[in-house]
Design a protein around this ligand. Sequence first.
Ligand code: NDP
Length: 283
Amino acid sequence: MPAKLLTGKEVAQKMDQDIQKEVQELKAKGINPTLKIVIAGDAPDSLAYANSAKKIAEKNGILCDIEQLPGSTSQDDFVKTLKQRNADKGANGIIVMRPLPKQISEDVVKYVLAPEKDIDCFNPVNAGKVMAGDLTGFPPATPQAVMEMLRFYEIPMQGREAVVIGRSMVVGKPMSMLLLGENATVTVCHSKTKDLPGVCKRADIVVAAIGKAKMITTDYIKPGATVMDVGINVEGDKLFGDVDTEPAKEVAGAITPVPGGVGTVTTRVLLKHVVKAAKLQNP
Ligand code: NDP
């Protein structure tokens, strides 16, 4: 039997409903949840991402303001602006678009962004909260989107073997912590892992966050396993995940498509975090 396709659309729709309900409740109390996206420069990818987030935010009743600074902005000026936004009561959540221009150090800026407004886990304080299982924090959008999908599709996690391929701070590491928080038994793999197919084949849940198109073939998948494909690999005008989806469908029990899978849910996670931030800031 081919795998169940875990599409992002239904998850996003359900999240939209929940977000809209919470936004209404906040507005009834005079709180207008607001997202601020700060961009330095005019990288087309960053602008496209910000505009798309703004559209989805506004559809859900969340105000979204894109603040575009010149690409030549100095680090000092960028830090000054960010401190002003931290202090601005009208901004509940702030996203700093990356990559930043080369004269602005991410390692400096990430400590400036106020943790309580850092809805995409840029500040190490939020990374620490993910480690600690502290629910007042904001995990990064992508691994949180994987969790939203696993919950929506009622994939059991407790006691299951989960293998995460990739150990970046944006996906792999926080992903492993979130799965651990659900009592999965988690293995984290990377480029130096020995016998990657053998390790992956033990898993009930495989999360591929590698950045290599179609690398995960049927050799890596236990029959009936759930395969969460985080990869976004652009080849010409086509988009591929890290999983070779078509053959994998014949082995896996459930699988996310690319496009139309995890990526569809990430913006909703950010909006859910704006609502959460607004609530925490207005106890
Ligand atoms: P990184 O390049 O930061 O990390 C990739 C990870 O994969 C590293 O830990 C690396 O290991 C590991 N890796 C690379 N090659 C191999 C290999 N041959 N075998 C095993 N492990 C390997 O990428 P990101 O974490 O930022 O992103 C991962 C993927 O997810 C990308 O395709 C990216 O585009 C996508 N992505 C998708 C998002 C979404 O919303 N769906 C958002 C963010 C990212 P090592 O540490 O040893 O180098």
